[in-house]
Design a binder for this molecule. Structure first.
Ligand code: 6CS
Length: 344
């Protein structure tokens, strides 16, 4: 009889312990900070909101999103995330090359395709992104979650240009975290001016710079077409962004919460890749509708030839900076070749 009572007590005790353990995981709620270099309706915001919704629908955790400008410049946010002040970061790749040199891979001229189907395949299957960069990010105190496209780079200037000679002496703003963007615009004949987004509008208004590059959704959303006279498609690049977590924070999460974060990132990645198929057309369409007199130029293949020739030296310069740079570039080229073959 005594034995029976003891095993009953033990089973009740065990059930209580398991119940507390289970409810502890679900009731354990934290607020995580997510800063990004764009607004909530911009591509990085579409990703961040999808990520936030997934986390909050599948756990008791909450995400507080800090859009561009609420926590200083994009470069500040990268340091705040590495320091663990922020848990998550949405970051344009053009701001990262100064800290993580391999990330200048995504700003190299005439490497990324402009075809949205190839880009979709690349950002889903790239070995550089899925196998090589995560380890490199960890060396910099970050856990890489996603890299995704925001649209073809379009160059807006006061005067038209059709050759590197036309760009001679033109002050062209480039994102401030990328040595490769400086080398690119020097190779294109211009005078690059590294400058944070927060200073660009004023610099265009005061003619401190003659032009800049961005995807059309951003050009239209922030009225850059009304601060310059012509938009030129050179085909030289694509605007890309990343999402990452502070590594110490991520490593300290329970296995369940690590899986939750990865699932939220996979969900948000799919959401933004679906959107990315139409961002260029949407951005250009709005520019043409809202600013019909704005000049749109697409360089011909022969006009692009000298820019492509100049780009080769920039690609070689990137590869020569380190063995790691060379190996990620070699893998990137292989990934892009596969994307070209497999994109439906
Ligand atoms: O040009 C820039 O700096 C900004 N452009 C985009 C598309 N996203 C954020 C970035 O700060």
């Amino acid at each position: 009889m005594k034995k029976v009572v003891n095993s009953k007590v033990f089973k009740t005790f065990l059930a209580g312990v398991l119940l507390i353990a289970a409810t502890h995981m679900s009731v354990h709620a934290e607020e995580w900070k997510y800063a990004m270099g764009e607004g909530e309706s911009d591509p990085q915001g579409i990703y961040a909101v999808a990520f936030k919704n997934y986390i909050e629908e599948n756990s008791r955790h909450t995400i507080k999103i800090y859009p561009v400008g609420t926590l200083g410049e994009e470069t500040d946010m990268l340091e705040q995330t590495r320091a663990g002040i922020l848990q998550f970061l949405g970051q344009s790749t053009g701001y990262m090359g100064g800290t993580i040199p391999e990330m200048d891979l995504f700003t190299l001229p005439y490497v990324m395709p402009t075809d949205t189907k190839q880009l979709d395949y690349f950002f889903k299957h790239s070995k550089v992104i899925n196998d090589m960069l995560p380890e490199i990010f960890r060396e910099h105190g970050l856990e890489l979650l996603s890299i995704f496209p925001e649209g073809e780079m379009a160059v807006t200037t006061l005067e038209p240009f059709h050759s590197p000679a036309d760009l001679k002496g033109r002050k062209m703003r480039v994102m401030p975290g990328s040595p490769i963007l400086v080398e690119t615009y020097e190779a294109f004949g211009a005078s690059p001016v590294p400058m944070s987004w927060g200073d660009l509008i004023g610099a265009l208004k005061t003619k401190m710079v003659d032009g800049q590059e961005n995807p059309t959704v951003w050009i239209e959303a922030y009225d850059l077409d009304n601060l310059t006279n012509v938009l030129t498609y050179t085909g030289h690049g694509h605007f890309n962004a990343s999402a990452s977590a502070n590594k110490k924070f991520f490593d300290a999460l329970s296995k369940r919460d690590q899986e939750l974060v990865r699932a939220a990132a996979a969900h948000a990645h799919q959401v933004i890749l679906n959107e990315a198929q139409k961002l260029d057309a949407y951005g250009l369409g709005r520019i043409v509708r809202t600013n019909p007199s704005y000049k749109i130029v697409t360089l011909t293949e022969s006009e692009r030839a000298p820019f492509k020739e100049a780009a080769k030296a920039v690609q070689a310069s990137f590869a020569s900076k380190s063995a790691s740079n060379k190996s990620v570039l070699d893998q990137m080229m292989a990934d892009l070749k596969e994307a070209e073959k497999k994109a439906e």
